[in-house]
Design a protein around this ligand. Structure first.
Ligand code: SPV
Ligand code: MG
Length: 554
C-alpha cells in the first residue's frame, strides 16, 4: 500500500483528520510517536528551521523536496507537502509533482499566490493572486502528471487572506474542484473561525475542505468537525514548541554555565537514541560486524584490595605495578590485542587515581559495604549487547579471551581445569577460590579439553567443597545480547523480591558475581563453561604478586 493510498484510506473514514507540521525528520518522528495520523511538510517551518529564512519562496523546489524526502523516509505516516505555488507556472508544477512523488510523499498543496509568494501569516504584506485560469491550469497539470492514482492534490485559495472576499473564495474553490483538485484548502487569517465557518456553511461542492487555524486557534476540533471540515493542519506548533524549549535551556545554560542545571529541561540522551534507532544500529552491528569488535568489556575494580595491604595502601589493586605497567594497563593491552576497545571500569576505592583515558568510568562509592554484583550494576546501562565481564585482578593470555569470544552461548564463563592438577598446592594457601562443578568435566590429568559449549555450570562459589570441584572460575565471563538482558532481568527480579540473601551472600547488596551465576543456573538458564588450562593468573595475595613479577615478561 503506497503512502498515497494510506492517506486516501484515512480521508475516506468519517470525521475530521489532523495533520501536524514538521520541519525535519526528527520532528516528523515525534509527530508520529505522539500518535498523529498525517504529517504536513510546512513551507513556513522548513524555511525557518532549515535555513532561518522567511517563508517567501526563497527555498527552491529541490531544497524543499529534499527535506520532504527526509521527513517521509523517517516515518510510516503519509506526508502532505506544502508546495507553495508550485514553484512557477503549470510547467514547473509538472516537475514538482514528479519530484514529490519520487520522494514518496502522499500529496501536495498548491496555492494561488503568484511567484514569489509571501507567507499568508505575515501582517501587512502586499498580496497578489494568480488568475483563476492560471491556477486551475496548474491543478489540471498536477493531476495529469501524477503517476500514483491515489496521490492527493490539494488546491489552496488565498482569496480570504488577500481580502478578495467570500464570493471570490467560493468561486475559486469551485473552479479548482472542477479542475480536478482532490481537496480544497481555504485559508483565513481572521481572528476567529467565523470566516471559515461561513465558508463551510456556503460550500456546496463535493470536494472535502482543509483549514489551517494558526491565526484563529480558539476554534475547537469538534467545531471544525461539526462544520464538515475534513482535514485540519496544525502547521507550526511543533516548531514553536521546540524554539521555546531551546530558548529556555539556552538562557539557563548561559546563566549557570553548568550542564547539570539544564538536565531537568532537556530529554535524556536515551530519548534521542530511541528516535534515531540506536538499538537497531546495534543489532545490525552485532549481526554483520566481526564479532570481537562489538564486545564491551566491564572491569570491576571497586574493592579496596585489603588482602594485598600494604601494597594497596596508596592505590587500588588495579594500579599495582608489574614490571613497569599497571595491572589495568596490562589488561587493556590484552583486550585491545583481541579487538576490544569499548572498555568500562567500575571504580570505588581511591577512585580518583584510576584515570586512564579512553575508558568510561562508573563509581561504586559504597564499595566497602557492597559486593561485586553491586559494582557491576553501578554500570547497569552498559550491560547492553555483548558484554565481557572481568575481575580487575587477573592477567591472562589473549588466547584465553579469544577462546571465550568464540563461544555462542548466552552466558559463558572461563574455567581453569589445571586447578584439579594443582589442588594440593592451592588448597593449603587458604585463600578463597571461586570453585565450580560442571556437567561434563574433562577427566583429571588429561590436558585435552572438551570442545566449546558442551560443558555447563552446575555449581559455583567459594563454598563449593574442593573434593567436588572440577575447576576454578577465573573471573572472566561473556554475555550475548540476550545474556546481558537475562542478567539485567534476573537482577531486577532479585531487587523486586526484596534483595535478600543470594546463595553464598547475606544480601543482594553484598552478593558476589558468582552468586548471580549460581542464580542463573538455579533458574534453569544454561551457563556454558569454556575450559582452559592455565594461561592466566590472579593477583589476590602478596604471593600472587611475587609470582606475577616472576612470570610476566618485561
Ligand atoms: C505552512 O505551514 O507553510 C502553510 C500554512 O502554508 S501557513 O503558514 O499558515 O500559510
Ligand atoms: Mg506554506
Amino acid at each position: 500500500m503506497t503512502k498515497a493510498a494510506q492517506l486516501r484510506a484515512l480521508l475516506h473514514r468519517p470525521g475530521l483528520v489532523a495533520a501536524v507540521g514538521a520541519h525535519d525528520a526528527l520532528s516528523a518522528k515525534l509527530i508520529e510517536a505522539a500518535g498523529f495520523p498525517v504529517v504536513w511538510a510546512s513551507s513556513f517551518t522548513v524555511s525557518a528551521a532549515q535555513r532561518a529564512m522567511p517563508d517567501v519562496n526563497l527555498l527552491t523546489m529541490t531544497e524543499n523536496v529534499e527535506v520532504a524526502r527526509h521527513i517521509n523516509d523517517a516515518i510510516t505516516l503519509p506526508v502532505i507537502a506544502d508546495c507553495d505555488n508550485g514553484y512557477g507556472n503549470a510547467v514547473n508544477v509538472i516537475r514538482t509533482v514528479e519530484e514529490y512523488e519520487k520522494a514518496g510523499v502522499a500529496g501536495i498543496s498548491i496555492e494561488d499566490n503568484v511567484f514569489p509568494k509571501t507567507c499568508s501569516l505575515y501582517p501587512g504584506a502586499r498580496r497578489e493572486l494568480a488568475s483563476v485560469e492560471e491556477h486551475s491550469g496548474k491543478i489540471r497539470a498536477a493531476k495529469r502528471a501524477q503517476r500514483d492514482p491515489d496521490f492527493v492534490v490539494i488546491a489552496r485559495t488565498e482569496a480570504l487572506i488577500a481580502g478578495w472576499g467570500m464570493a471570490e473564495a467560493l468561486k475559486r474553490a469551485h473552479a479548482y474542484a472542477d479542475a480536478g483538485a482532490d481537496m480544497i484548502l481555504v485559508h483565513s487569517k481572521a481572528p476567529t473561525a467565523a470566516e471559515v465557518l461561513e465558508f463551510m456553511a456556503r460550500w456546496d461542492g463535493s470536494k472535502p475542505i482543509v483549514v489551517v487555524p494558526t491565526l484563529y486557534p480558539s476554534v475547537s476540533f469538534e467545531e471544525l468537525e461539526a462544520a464538515g471540515v475534513k482535514l485540519v493542519i496544525w502547521a507550526n506548533q511543533a516548531l514553536r514548541g521546540a524554539v521555546k524549549g531551546m530558548q529556555q535551556t539556552l538562557a539557563l545554560l548561559q546563566r549557570t554555565k553548568h550542564l547539570e542545571s539544564v538536565a531537568p529541561t532537556i530529554v535524556a540522551l536515551e530519548e534521542i537514541y530511541r528516535h534515531v534507532g540506536v538499538a537497531e544500529f546495534r543489532a545490525i552491528e552485532a549481526e554483520f560486524l566481526p564479532r570481537a569488535a562489538n564486545v564491551r568489556a566491564i572491569i570491576i575494580a571497586a574493592g579496596s584490595g585489603k588482602s594485598l595491604l600494604p601494597l594497596t595502601e596508596d592505590r587500588p589493586k588495579c594500579l599495582l605495578d608489574i614490571k613497569g605497567r599497571t595491572l589495568l594497563e596490562r589488561q587493556l593491552e590484552t583486550l585491545r590485542e583481541c579487538g576490544l576497545h569499548d572498555v568500562v571500569v567500575v571504580r570505588g576505592y581511591q577512585k580518583a587515581k584510576v584515570a586512564l583515558s579512553g575508558i568510561r568510568y562508573y563509581d561504586n562509592d559504597r564499595y566497602e559495604e557492597t559486593g561485586e554484583l553491586a559494582s557491576l550494576f553501578a554500570a547497569e546501562q552498559e550491560l547492553d549487547g555483548r558484554v565481557l565481564f572481568l575481575y580487575s585482578d587477573i592477567l591472562f593470555d589473549p588466547a584465553v579471551l579469544r577462546k571465550l569470544l568464540r563461544s555462542r552461548a548466552d552466558v559463558a564463563i572461563v574455567v581453569d581445569r589445571a586447578w584439579m592438577d594443582q589442588r594440593d598446592r592451592l588448597l593449603p594457601l587458604a585463600k578463597p577460590l571461586d570453585l565450580v562443578v560442571t556437567s561434563n568435566p574433562p577427566p583429571p590429568g588429561l590436558r585435552s579439553l572438551p570442545s566449546e559449549d558442551d560443558d555447563t555450570l552446575v555449581r559455583v562459589g567459594q563454598r563449593v567443597p574442593p573434593e567436588e570441584a572440577t575447576g576454578e572460575f577465573i573471573g572472566m565471563a561473556l554475555f550475548s545480547e540476550r545474556g546481558s538482558r537475562l542478567l539485567r532481568e534476573t537482577h531486577e527480579q532479585l531487587l523486586r523480591a526484596g534483595g535478600g540473601a543470594l546463595h553464598e551472600s547475606e544480601t543482594l547488596d553484598r552478593a558476589a558475581f558468582t552468586d548471580i551465576l549460581q542464580e542463573l543456573v538455579t533458574q534453569g538458564h544454561p551457563v556454558s563453561c569454556v575450559n582452559v588450562y592455565k594461561g592466566w593468573l590472579e593477583i589476590d595475595t602478596f604471593e600472587d604478586y611475587q609470582r606475577a613479577w616472576a612470570e610476566i615478561r618485561k
